[in-house]
Design a protein around this ligand. Structure first.
Ligand code: SF4
Length: 807
C-alpha cells in the first residue's frame, strides 16, 4: 500500500492546488502582505493556513481569519460597531434571563441545549411560520414554538440595548454583505442560507477552492442521496474523477482494535523510508477515544506527533481541583495561586498536556471571576458546568511527522498517508441535528448541508494524499453496521472493504481465567460486609464480579461507561416524587400539579434526558391511567394516602448467632386494611413469575438470584426492626409501566413470606459455603454477565473473538 504513489491533485495538466495559487497571489505583495485578509472558510483550518503562509512565504503576513471570526467582524461593522458576545457569555446571559423569567434555578446543561437549538434555527433561517405549519403540531406545541422565538427576540434586543450581539443569532445579516476588496477566501464554509448568499458575491478570482475528487463509479449527475457532488454543481465549482487505487477500506470488529491498527500504521510509517517532510495524517473520528489514544498511543511519541483535536479538560487534575474549590466554596484565587506556583516550579517536568491543563485552569479561574457578576446566584452550578464543558487544545509542531487532525483542519496540504477511523454511523458523517420540532424528516436541509460539507471536506482532504486507509467499525455486540457513507465510498472507488480482526497486543495473549484467592484478609472483609439484595445477587451469581466491583472498587474507564439509562433516571425521579407526595393528601387529586413542578425542577432529568418533554408525557400518561383505575375501583395502592414511611433505611443481622449483617432501603410502608404493606416501586413492566417453585428452594441456584428475594429481605428487615408484626404484613412490587390495565402489583406469596426467616438462614449457609472456598472463579453463565465491564479482567472466553465464525 505504501508503495502505491497516487498523488491525485498534482498532475501537471491540473489546476495548481488552491494553497499554491493563494501563496502565489500573496507573493506578488511580498514582503508586505498586510493589506490582505485571508479567510479560511473550512472547519478549523485557519491555523494550518497561517502556518503555510508563515513558513512558505514569510514577510509581513496578511490577517488570517477563520470564517467565524471574519463573519463576526463583518456583522459587527454592519451593526454599527456592536461588540460580539463570546459563546460562554451568551450562555450565562441566556441562563440568567431564563432563571429570572421562570423565577427558579435551572440546570445549565438545559440552557446550553436551548442555546444550541436557537443558534441552529437562526443559522439556518428557520422561521416561526415554518415550524408552526409542520404536521401534527397541536396548540401546546405552537405555544412552545412561539416561546422559542419570543425568547430569541427578547435575548437579541436585550443584547442590542447594551451594544452587543451574539453572532449566530445575527447570521441573517451576513447574507446581505459583500466581500471587501482585499479579502481572499480559501475553501468553502458550511452552506447555510446566509453563507451561501454571501458566497455567491465572492469574485471567482479571489476564491481558492480545491476540486474534490470523486470515484469513477460516481454517477455523472448528482445521485439521489446527499453528496458533495450536488454542492459543487450548485456552486458551479470544478470536480475531479480518479480511480482511487491508493485507497484501502477496512472494517474492524470492535473499538479495542482501533489503537492496535493505529499503532501498526504509525510503526510502519516511522520505519519505512520516507521523503523529506512526508507526514502521516491521522483523523480520529471518535471523540470519546481521544483522551485514551492520547494517553496510551500518542503521548509517548513526544515531539514526533502533533495532536490537534481537543482533549477533555475534566480528565486532568487541575480541573478536579477547580471543581472542588467551586463545590467547597473555597476561594478560586487560592487554587489559582497554587497552580501558578506549581506551573512555574515544575514547568520542565510537565508535558504539553499537563502544562496546557494547568494554564487552562488558571485562565478559567480568571474567567469565572470575571463572569461572576453575570452568574449571580447560579455561580456554583454554572462554574461546574463550564469546567465540565471545557476543552483543551495542545500546541504541537506542524512539521512533526505524525499529525493527528480533525477533518476540515488541513485541506490542501499534501501528505504521505492518512488513516481515517472509525467512520461509523452517527460519528462521521455526524448525526443529523435533532431538537424539538427539528429533525431529519421535518428539515432535511440541515442534514443535507452538514452532510455535503463533511463529504466535501473528506474528498478535498483525500485529494492531497498518496494513500489513505479508511476504517469503519462493525460493532457486532450492538449490531451496528458501518455507515452507509463508508459503503458508498468503497463502491464508488471500486474497492472492497476488508474485515480485519485486530486487538491490542496485551489482550490477545491472556489465557486461562481469573482465580481470586480467598485470603484471610478477603475472608474477613466478606465476613464483615453489610449485605444487601444487590450485593448478594452479585456475589452469589459471580463472586469475582462482586469482589472486583464492591471490594476492590474497580471502575471501568469513562469511555466504557454508559450514560444513565432513561428508565433508571425516571425510576429514581419517581421514588423521590412519591416520597414527597405522601405529605400532600389526597394524593390522587394533587399528584398532577406536583408532578409537573417536580419534573421541571429535577436537575438530573433536565440535564441528562434530552427528550425529557416526550418522556414526561409518557410517564404522566402511565400515572394518569393508574390514578384513574384506583379511583374507579376504590383500591388505592400507588396513590394511597396511608403511607406511613418512605425511604426507610434498615439493618439487621442474619444467620445463626447473627453472624452476617444485612441492609436495605424500603421504598414505602403503607397501611392496608388492618395490616401493613411494604411496596417497592419499579418503573418497568411487570415480570411474570411462577408461584410453583418456592423461593427457599432457589437460594442455591448458581446463575441467578431471583428478584423476589429483595421483597423477602425487606420483610425480614421490617420484622426484625419491629416495624411490623408477622401475620399483618404484605410485600409487593408496584409496576409503573403496566402491560394490562389494573395489573400493577407483584405480590410476594404468603408461603414465601412465611418462610422469610428460613430463607435468610439458608442465604447465610450459602454465604458460609462461599467463604470456606479456597478461591473464587468467574461464572460466565451469570445473569448479567454479557453486560459486565470486567470481561477483560476475568478473561471471559471469546471476548476478542480470536476464533469462531469469521465476520
Ligand atoms: S464478565 Fe461475567 S464472569 Fe466475568 S466478572 Fe463479569 S459477570 Fe463475572
Amino acid at each position: 500500500m505504501m508503495n502505491q504513489m497516487v498523488r491525485h491533485n498534482t498532475s501537471s495538466d491540473d489546476q495548481p492546488p488552491a494553497i499554491e495559487a493563494l501563496l502565489e497571489r500573496l507573493r506578488t505583495s511580498h514582503p508586505d502582505m498586510s493589506g490582505w485578509t485571508v479567510v479560511s472558510m473550512t472547519g478549523r483550518s485557519r491555523d494550518f493556513l497561517h502556518h503555510q503562509i508563515h513558513t512558505r512565504v514569510g514577510g509581513l503576513l496578511p490577517a488570517v481569519l477563520s470564517f467565524d471570526d471574519y463573519r463576526t467582524s463583518r456583522i459587527a461593522e454592519a451593526t454599527g460597531g456592536r461588540a460580539a458576545l463570546p459563546v460562554e457569555d451568551a450562555l450565562l446571559r441566556l441562563h440568567g434571563l431564563r432563571c429570572r423569567e421562570e423565577g427558579r434555578s435551572l440546570p445549565p446543561a438545559n440552557t446550553e441545549r436551548l442555546l444550541s437549538f436557537l443558534s441552529t434555527i437562526a443559522e439556518f433561517s428557520v422561521t416561526r411560520e415554518e415550524l408552526r405549519s409542520l404536521d401534527r403540531i397541536g396548540l401546546e406545541q405552537i405555544e412552545r414554538i412561539d416561546g422559542f422565538f419570543s425568547l430569541l427576540d427578547s435575548f437579541r434586543s436585550s443584547l442590542a440595548g447594551e451594544g452587543l450581539f451574539y453572532p449566530p443569532f445575527e447570521a441573517g445579516r451576513f447574507a446581505g454583505l459583500k466581500p471587501a476588496a482585499n479579502d481572499l477566501f480559501f475553501g468553502l464554509p458550511l452552506m447555510t442560507p446566509a453563507s451561501q448568499s454571501f458566497f455567491r458575491r465572492i469574485p471567482r478570482e479571489r476564491l481558492y477552492v480545491d476540486a474534490p475528487f470523486f470515484g469513477s463509479a460516481m454517477p455523472g449527475e448528482p445521485p439521489g442521496y446527499e453528496s458533495a457532488l450536488s454542492l459543487m454543481r450548485r456552486l458551479g465549482l470544478p470536480e475531479r474523477r480518479v480511480a482511487g487505487q491508493g485507497l484501502a477500506f477496512s472494517e474492524l470488529s470492535e473499538r479495542a482494535g482501533l489503537p492496535a491498527l493505529l499503532a501498526q500504521e504509525i510503526d510502519a510509517f516511522l520505519r519505512a523510508p520516507r521523503s523529506d517532510g512526508e507526514q502521516l495524517f491521522i483523523v480520529p473520528l471518535d471523540e470519546r477515544l481521544s483522551f485514551y489514544l492520547w494517553q496510551l498511543l500518542f503521548r509517548p511519541l513526544g515531539n514526533r506527533i502533533n495532536f490537534a483535536p481537543w482533549l477533555p479538560f475534566t480528565h486532568f487534575a487541575p480541573a478536579q481541583r477547580l471543581a472542588q474549590a467551586v463545590r467547597g466554596k473555597t476561594g478560586l484565587m487560592e487554587v489559582r495561586r497554587d497552580l501558578v506556583a506549581e506551573l512555574t516550579a515544575r514547568w520542565s517536568d510537565l508535558d504539553e498536556a499537563d502544562r496546557s491543563a494547568c494554564e487552562g485552569a488558571i485562565t478559567l479561574c480568571d474567567t469565572l471571576e470575571r463572569l461572576r457578576p453575570l452568574m449571580g446566584r447560579e455561580w456554583a452550578a454554572l462554574s461546574e458546568y463550564l469546567i465540565s464543558a471545557k476543552k483543551l487544545r495542545l500546541r504541537g509542531r506542524r512539521s512533526a511527522p505524525i499529525q493527528v487532525v480533525g477533518l476540515g483542519d488541513v485541506t490542501g496540504i499534501p501528505f504521505g498517508r492518512a488513516v481515517i477511523a472509525p467512520m461509523n454511523s452517527g460519528i462521521f458523517p455526524s448525526k443529523s441535528f435533532s431538537g424539538p420540532y427539528l429533525n431529519l424528516i421535518h428539515l432535511s436541509r440541515l442534514y443535507r448541508t452538514q452532510y455535503e460539507a463533511e463529504d466535501l471536506a473528506l474528498r478535498q482532504f483525500l485529494a492531497f494524499g498518496n494513500t489513505a486507509h479508511i476504517v469503519a467499525l462493525y460493532d457486532q455486540a450492538s449490531g451496528a453496521a458501518p455507515s452507509p457513507h463508508f459503503s458508498f465510498l468503497a463502491t464508488e472507488f471500486g474497492q472492497t472493504a476488508v474485515k480485519r480482526r485486530l486487538a491490542p497486543t496485551p489482550f490477545t495473549v491472556p489465557e486461562g481465567r481469573l482465580v481470586i484467592e480467598n485470603t484471610a484478609e478477603l475472608k474477613e472483609k466478606l465476613q464483615r460486609h453489610i449485605w444487601s439484595f444487590t450485593s448478594l445477587q452479585k456475589f452469589f451469581t459471580c463472586p469475582c464480579r462482586f469482589i472486583l466491583e464492591d471490594i476492590e472498587k474497580i471502575h471501568p474507564p469513562a469511555c466504557f461507561e454508559e450514560k444513565e439509562g432513561a428508565g433508571l433516571l425516571i425510576g429514581n425521579f419517581l421514588h423521590r416524587f412519591f416520597a414527597d407526595l405522601k405529605d400532600h393528601p389526597p394524593a390522587v387529586e394533587k399528584w398532577q400539579e406536583r408532578f409537573d413542578a417536580a419534573w421541571e425542577g429535577d436537575r438530573d432529568l433536565m440535564e441528562k434526558l434530552p427528550d425529557q418533554a416526550a418522556r414526561k408525557a409518557i410517564v404522566r400518561s402511565f400515572l394518569s391511567d393508574i390514578a384513574a383505575w384506583e379511583l374507579e375501583t376504590g383500591r388505592p395502592l400507588l396513590f394511597s394516602d396511608s403511607v406511613t414511611g418512605t425511604e426507610l433505611k434498615l439493618t439487621a443481622s442474619f444467620g445463626e448467632g447473627g453472624r452476617y449483617q444485612l441492609q436495605g432501603r424500603i421504598d414505602r410502608l403503607q397501611s392496608e386494611g388492618e395490616g401493613l404493606l411494604i411496596t417497592d416501586l419499579k418503573y418497568k413492566e411487570k415480570t411474570e413469575v411462577s408461584e410453583k417453585t418456592k423461593l427457599f428452594e432457589l437460594v442455591d441456584k448458581p446463575d441467578a438470584f431471583d428478584d423476589r428475594f429483595q421483597l423477602v429481605i425487606y420483610a425480614y428487615l421490617a420484622l426484625k426492626n419491629k416495624m411490623v408484626t408477622p401475620g399483618n404484613l404484605g410485600v409487593a412490587y408496584v409496576f409503573l409501566r403496566p402491560k394490562v390495565r389494573g395489573d400493577y402489583e407483584g405480590r410476594l406469596s404468603e408461603e414465601d413470606l412465611a418462610a422469610c426467616d428460613a430463607t435468610l438462614d439458608k442465604i447465610a449457609q450459602r454465604l458460609d459455603a462461599f467463604l470456606s472456598q479456597e478461591s473464587f472463579l468467574p461464572n460466565f453463565h451469570a445473569a448479567g454477565c454479557n453486560y459486565c465491564f470486567h470481561k477483560a479482567l476475568c478473561l471471559k472466553p471469546d471476548l476478542y473473538r480470536t476464533g469462531g465464525k469469521p465476520w
